[in-house]
Write a protein that binds this ligand. Structure first.
Ligand code: ZN
Length: 304
């Protein structure tokens, strides 16, 4: 129903009203353009251009956004209210998911060590309602203008898609496990309703999840033992957000400590999500989700 609300022309007009309003104002770069950050970037990117070293070095143009980023301690220039309002409006219309789609930069002149960067950003455009492979929503484009001493040195356009996730598209199917040579034996066990734990042939250490070798002694030989199915909730989280196809929040995800001592991440079923507790005894069962997928899960409560 939220999506229907978003379809109205009135809503589209409310979104369009944000075009031209500020997304960030009066930002100042945390650091002046500087040689150490340039060197780290070039090493990370594998960029060996001589333009970025030596006394006449410039910063790689693609570092433009770097000089504007707030880091873990936050921005020095405030994010403007209008941008938060726009995102809140879209959330309210059911477009709760977000993905960055693309970025365009223009470079007007090179940045050099010592330059102090200032920046402002504007909400440049909000698209009409678009249907995409991810879901239906709106593209929001912001444009950041980067200046040094008042002179425009570059622009950074950044586009996101705020969308209502298209649950129908995945058919509500859970993601498939990635089965490879290292874990195939585990999934073969699941198919026979057996939860198999690897046991090192060298030192006898049990391990889970499946790995090619033993972390305790390095031995590559192993066999398996079948889990008895008894366990306890070692830890858990309750997932509320974000929504994801095939999962119906809120639901509990537990780390189950098996009687054999290894731990496995799985769903806890058989009790309401808010009744799951650390130390709660659980028992292995196999839950079929569709014609291809059956998973080991853990049931709490009596009569499992
Ligand atoms: Zn070992």
């Amino acid at each position: 129903m939220e999506t229907e609300t978003a379809m109205t022309e009135e809503f589209a007009a409310r979104l369009k009203a944000y075009e031209g309003r500020p997304a960030a104002a009066g930002g100042i770069g945390k650091d002046h353009v500087n040689a150490p950050m340039i060197r780290h970037w070039c090493e990370a990117m594998g960029d060996t251009s001589p333009a970025y070293t030596g006394p006449d070095a410039i910063a790689p143009p693609t570092m433009l956004q770097v000089w504007t980023m707030g880091g873990l301690s936050g921005h020095t220039g405030g994010r403007a209210e209008a941008y938060d309002e726009l995102l809140t409006l879209l959330d309210g219309a059911g477009c709760t998911a977000v993905v960055a789609t693309d970025c365009e930069q223009e470079y007007l002149r090179p940045l050099r060590p010592g330059d102090e960067v200032g920046f402002d950003a504007v909400i440049e455009s909000v698209s009409d309602r678009k249907r995409t492979k991810l879901g239906t929503g709106y593209f929001v484009t912001t444009r950041m203008d980067v200046r040094v001493d008042g002179e425009l040195v570059g622009t950074h356009r950044f586009r996101i898609l705020k969308y209502a996730p298209d649950h129908a598209k995945s058919g509500g199917r859970r993601p498939r496990p990635v089965i490879n040579r290292d874990n195939a034996g585990f999934w073969e066990g699941v198919a026979r309703h057996r939860l198999l734990i690897q046991r090192c042939a060298g030192c006898g250490t049990l391990r889970f999840p499946w790995l090619p070798g033993c972390n305790a002694c390095g031995c590559l030989e192993w066999d398996t033992v079948e889990a008895s199915g008894e366990g306890t909730v070692y830890s858990y989280v309750v997932m509320h957000h974000p929504p994801f196809p095939a999962f119906d929040p809120p639901y509990a995800v537990g780390v189950i400590e098996l009687a054999e001592g290894v731990r496995i991440v799985s769903n806890v079923i058989g009790v309401p999500y808010d009744k799951v507790r650390i130390g709660m005894p659980v028992r292995l069962t196999f839950e079929r989700y569709d014609d291809e997928l059956e998973l080991p899960v853990f049931r709490a409560g009596d009569g499992g």
